[in-house]
Design a protein around this ligand. Structure first.
Ligand code: ZN
Length: 203
């Protein structure tokens, strides 16, 4: 399975990193080895002094598809979760400057947190999901999927032009503003509405 990640999908986050507003979704991938194993802490890798949390809504693909039209995209997923796209911001900065791929900064072991899954039926409108991230009990990131530049169904249409989607693939749909560095002993907890989807200890 693969993790397909969307960058720059919320205006407020584009502004905080002073990135250009994209004309197409920004896409990158993480391998399955990036998934943080259940109940394991996140270890800050030794090649970075500035690892950031990016909380994101996740979509699990349940059907193989290619060239999926937006109007049929909702048939390709039933489950939603919340996760973290950990990013070595210092390393990403130097790679971006040189025009190099971001993988070393984004796809390293443990860089993908996947929370528990909930059915979209239980969740209601997928284009109106309220979510937030708490660091040590304080809210650091808040978002709602209605503020995405490209909504979930549009992302599925776009991504599937390039990559065949397979059962179990996960789409990370982008992060809202409030990204920031983590340090050892931080506790990161993610919520959709008031339901907790993950709790991670940083080491
Ligand atoms: Zn991200």
């Amino acid at each position: 399975m693969k993790l397909i990640c969307i960058g720059r999908n919320y205006t407020d986050h584009i502004e905080e990193l002073e990135n250009e507003r994209p004309t197409d979704p920004v896409i990158f991938m993480k391998p399955d080895t990036a998934i943080l194993l259940k109940k394991q802490p996140f270890f800050i890798p030794d090649f970075s002094d500035d690892v950031h949390h990016e909380v994101e809504v996740l979509v699990k693909i349940k059907k193989v598809g290619k060239y999926i039209e937006k109007k049929f995209a909702n048939k390709y997923y039933d489950e939603i979760s919340l996760g973290i796209d950990f990013t070595a911001r210092d390393l990403q900065g130097s790679l971006k400057e040189k025009g190099l791929p971001w993988e070393k900064a984004k796809a390293f072991d443990g860089a993908a947190v996947i929370g528990s899954w909930i059915s979209k039926k239980e969740l209601g409108d997928v284009d109106n999901i309220d979510f937030h991230l708490e660091k040590n009990g304080e809210i650091v990131q808040e978002g709602n999927t209605r503020l995405m530049l490209w909504k979930i169904d549009e992302l599925i249409e776009y991504v599937s032009k390039y990559f065949t989607l397979k059962i179990g693939d996960v789409i990370f749909t982008g992060t809202p503003a409030g990204v920031g560095a983590v340090k050892p002993e931080d506790i990161l907890t993610g919520y959709i509405s008031n339901k907790q989807f993950f709790s991670i200890k940083v080491k």
